[in-house]
Structures are given as structure tokens and as C-alpha cells.
Design a binder for this molecule. Structure first.
Ligand code: SF4
Length: 368
């Protein structure tokens, strides 16, 4: 348990007008909380269509059969929009820092995601090491830099999924998996063959190529995706990715087309669809409003929106004076009010005081 956290604490609450953050404004009608839960649905077990279309030589009958990692890796890596072209199969590293190994830093129940993801039992979260985006304010820097983590086999990754299911997880939550997509597809197939039935959550920065998303059709049930910037200049300064705005927006549309509308079951647990997360940066209300407006124009209320105020200045932010602050209650309130005024019906916001390193899990190989 991370210092300062209580098991079961969920920092997200439904967005509501006239609430803690939703500010009263002229012409706003009083009434019930506008959050409307979508119609309940229960998702059927899904066949792993993408896996079935892959080379049969990779198919194995059980978790004990070894799989050569290099067989799964691209010889000219274009898994993400960085398109480094390095030969991962022989151990070369691209911008993400990943080579021919699969590195995991933590596999444990996580109680601090959005309520439809964490539920009461927790999300079976697997934190992967390395990252293709490298935001200067990264909240998980030991992870994204590759400093934390342990090399595991594809079989071990499948075992982690099964162990998390045994612990009562509502889903398998893959955090920053983009650079390991081939191994993830393989591991999900193995776990499915061993009767794992949990939905797969693909928890991403949003910087995804359409070709890689196509590989995930039939594998992923839920996309938990960031939408960070509308401004190319901001994306360039903070993530060295000026193409992030159009890339992430195109990826969001593809995700919605692939997994459909946001759906939860009778217990309020998400079974399929997309949650769009936006981490507000200090002093960037205008860009945050543009992000939400563009997303709403693109996919409307087919998705659930999660507006986050937990930005925490990390040591690397010392070189970026504009990132030395936290998000103020006033600017966050304005963003929540803006989102609700757009007509967003499914949304979560964070309660005050979430800007704290105590919400960052320990990447200490727990569960690995
Ligand atoms: S996954 Fe890594 S190596 Fe491959 S293109 Fe992206 S950053 Fe480059």
C-alpha cells in the first residue's frame, strides 16, 4: 500500500454541475446530476480474432511451452508513431527504450482508477517499463525511463493475468503496453486458453499508430486513453511529439470504432468501450478546453471522459518553470464546467488534494 493511501480509496467522482467543482453560472438550469449511466450490458466472452489471424507457428498449447521472444518482435519497429525502424528482434532499442525483452515493474490490484475500472475488487494492473512518449512531467518516471522493472517471459505475463484474476480483479489493466504489443497479444491468447475471462484494458498515452491498434482488434475490450494536448507547440515542448494532437485524435476515433460505446454491467463495472483521460496541466485551461472540445466533436458521448487534476511537479519539471505549480481549484473547476456545458453525459472528475506523489504506486516488482 502506498504511503498516504487507504485501500479502497477512489479519487474519482462523477462530474456534476453546481457541485464541488462545477461552478454556478448564469443560465445554468438547476436539476439532477447530469451523469447518466449507460444501459447495462454484459459482454460475452470474446474470441481472440487478431490472434487467430497471426502465424500459427506462434500458437502454443499451454503456459509451460517456451516462446522465443525474438520471434514476436519486429525487425524494423514501427509499433508506435515514432517509427524508429530499429531491429528489436536482435536487441536494438528505439526511443521507447525497449529491446528484445519484456519488462514489468508491478502486477497488483489497483484501487485508484476510475470507478468503472477499479470497482470494489480492484483493477488487475500490470505496469510495463519503458515508454514511447517520455513526457517531461511523467508521473511514473522510474517506469518510463526503464529504471524499474524485471524481464519476464510471455508465459510469465500470462500467468500474471491469471494470478490477478484469482485475486478478484475486475479486469486486466495493461499500463503503457504499446512497445510490447506483440508479446501482449501472445500472453492474452495464452491466458484466454487457460480460461481467463476478464476484459482487457489497454491503458495508453494515446500516442498510437492505427496499424498497431488494428492488431488489437478482438484482443482489447476497453481503451483507457489519454488525450493530452490540442496544441502542437505544447506537445513538442512537453513530449517532443508535435504530431501528438492529430495522432491521438485519429487513434481515439479508431478505438471507438473498434470497441464501441462505453458500456458498464449491472454492477457498474466497465465491460467495453473507451474512457478518455485528460490530465490538466497548470496554466493550460485554454488547451485543456480545446482538447475536450475536439474529443467531443470527434466521438461525442460514445465515450466516458475523465478530467484529472492530479498533476504533480516532478524533479524534471525544474527545467520547465510553467510546470512548477499544481492545477488550481479555479482552473480545474472551469474545465469541469466547460465539459458539462458541452453536453458531456458520462464523466468523472477528481476530488481536491489529488496532486500528490502518494497516488503513484510503488514500482517495486510487487506481484512480478
Ligand atoms: S515501439 Fe519503441 S522502438 Fe518501436 S517505433 Fe515506438 S519508440 Fe520506436
Amino acid at each position: 500500500m502506498t504511503k498516504g493511501m487507504t485501500k479502497g480509496t477512489v479519487p474519482f467522482v462523477m462530474c456534476k454541475k453546481d457541485g464541488h467543482y462545477g461552478r454556478k453560472r448564469k443560465n445554468r438550469t438547476k436539476g439532477p446530476v447530469p451523469f447518466v449511466m449507460p444501459e447495462p450490458s454484459v459482454i460475452a466472452s470474446r474470441a481472440c480474432a487478431a490472434w487467430q489471424s497471426m502465424d500459427a507457428a506462434f500458437i502454443v498449447g499451454g503456459l509451460s511451452q517456451p516462446i522465443a521472444m525474438h520471434q514476436l518482435l519486429p525487425t524494423s519497429c514501427e509499433l508506435c508513431p515514432r517509427v524508429c525502424g530499429v531491429n528489436r528482434a536482435v536487441g536494438e532499442r528505439g526511443i521507447c527504450g525497449a529491446d528484445d525483452t519484456l519488462v514489468v515493474a508491478r502486477a497488483a490490484l489497483h484501487h485508484w482508477e476510475e470507478p468503472p475500472i477499479s470497482g470494489s475488487g480492484g483493477s488487475g494492473t500490470v505496469f510495463f517499463s519503458n515508454c514511447s512518449l517520455h513526457c517531461v512531467y511523467c508521473q511514473n518516471e522510474p517506469l518510463s525511463s526503464g529504471r524499474a522493472g524485471k524481464a519476464v517471459s510471455v508465459q510469465r505475463l500470462a500467468e500474471l493475468f491469471l494470478e490477478l484474476e484469482g485475486q478478484g480483479a475486475h479486469n486486466i489493466n495493461l499500463v503503457t503496453p504499446t512497445h510490447y504489443v506483440p508479446q501482449v497479444i501472445e500472453a492474452v491468447s495464452l491466458a484466454r486458453a487457460a480460461s481467463m475471462s476478464l476484459p482487457i484494458v489497454y491503458n495508453t498515452s494515446g500516442y498510437e499508430s492505427l496499424a498497431t491498434l488494428e492488431l488489437l482488434a478482438g484482443v482489447v475490450d476497453i481503451y483507457l486513453t489519454d488525450l493530452k494536448y490540442a496544441s502542437a507547440a505544447l506537445a513538442a515542448r512537453h513530449s517532443n511529439a508535435p504530431d501528438y494532437p492529430q495522432v491521438a485524435l485519429a487513434a481515439l476515433k479508431a478505438m471507438v470504432a473498434q470497441v464501441g460505446e462505453y458500456r458498464v454491467d449491472d454492477a457498474g463495472i466497465m465491460r467495453s468501450g473507451v474512457i478518455v483521460r485528460h490530465l490538466m496541466l497548470p496554466g493550460q485551461l485554454t488547451d485543456s478546453q480545446a482538447v475536450i472540445a475536439q474529443a467531443f466533436e470527434a466521438v461525442g458521448n460514445a465515450v466516458c471522459y475523465s478530467l484529472m487534476n492530479q498533476f504533480t511537479p516532478m524533479p524534471a519539471c525544474a527545467h520547465y518553470p510553467e510546470l512548477a505549480a499544481i492545477v488550481t481549484e479555479a482552473e480545474y473547476g472551469d474545465l469541469v464546467a466547460f465539459a458539462l456545458d458541452l453536453g458531456i453525459t458520462h464523466s468523472f472528475m477528481q476530488e481536491g488534494g489529488t496532486a500528490s506523489e502518494s497516488f503513484i504506486p510503488a514500482f517495486d516488482l510487487t506481484g512480478v
